[in-house]
Design a protein around this ligand. Sequence first.
Ligand code: ATP
Length: 199
Amino acid sequence: MKLKSLEISGFKSFADFTKIEFLPGMTGIVGPNGSGKSNISEAIRWVLGEQSAKSLRGNKMPEVIFAGSADRKPLNRAQVRITFDNSDHYLNSDFSELTVTRKLFRTGESEYLINEQSCRLKDVLELFMDSGLGGDSFSIISQGRVESIFNSKPEDRRVIIEEVAGVFKYKKHKQKAERELQDTDEYLDRINDILNELN
Ligand code: ATP
């Protein structure tokens, strides 16, 4: 899976339609302070389903819509579209190219689309679950998060390292399997009780 392009319009400082193509060899985006570099990474998190306005440096979600500038009126809609090359089918989909779009209107209405088909937020979250790109993943680390990782307690940092290493997922599977084993033991006890009564 490869990130191919990001199209932003009306999102934060990107009033005009802007398309960024992540061509082979591209390793970074540079620009003066306040030029919108963080807004680009936030656009990626937002289109992938981010629900916390605070983690996008705002108080309410409509604040992501272009709020106007000295010479431009505010806009009524934010839209971000992200395209992945999925020819290796890393993401669980038959499509070899996947496009996810998120729109938000000032009225509060919002819309998600996968390959131009209207869908639910749940569908977007499920598409990226366990891909390393989901909400709680560490593919995107904001400036503030670096500090919080450094300042976190060793046991919390261990959880982060386990998640990055992919161990966390297996720990969760193990916990689930242990719960199921316990349930099965209880069912067996109950069956044995019934058998004893019948004998
Ligand atoms: P730095 O290098 O200092 O971290 P940066 O390049 O990452 O800066 P951003 O933080 O992405 O810059 O962009 C900040 C700019 O985005 C500010 O000028 C801010 O006014 C503008 N901005 C944020 N939200 C909106 C919005 N809803 N409408 C218009 N402009 C916005």
